[in-house]
Design a protein around this ligand. Sequence first.
Ligand code: ZN
Length: 177
Amino acid sequence: MAFYTLNDIAYLAANCHANKATLHWSGGGYTNTSPHYHLNILGDGRVWSDFDSFDTTGQHTWHRNTGNIGISILCCADASVDTEGNVTWGNYPPTDEQVDKMAMIVKTIADVKDWNIDKEHFKTHNDWALIDGYSIYDNDPDMRWDLIALPQEDGDGGAIIRGKAIWYHCHPEECKD
Ligand SMILES: [Zn+2]
């Protein structure tokens, strides 16, 4: 159990067998960490983990946890979404520090694992919910919509994070704690 730097995360990624990662938000406050995720990104951008290996199976994505690194921004306690995907952010919207750190983590893991920064390797929980039938369109009581959007810019939240990660890949000197 520790706060991790990007260097720590590179080491953990290099020494694991994962073949993908999933991007979440927690639905809690800015400091409410959870052992369901491998990496918890606090509101101020610090990264907490209850684990010292990414090979510990997480509990973050229904039926999809094998070989899947769970990364979560801690936010959205009282956010809501309507049936058309319009988000009301509430009192704990994703912070700039969280969005930037998540993108840096995606870049760091992709570089170490030699993964493309794409939807094949980095889906959001919203992406999995659409695939597995518990999205905003599915009437599932345990509906998920993590990163369907972000307050920082318009568009799909996962595409925004992946786009920022690609930018960091091209500007590695800017990718630092
Ligand atoms: Zn989630």
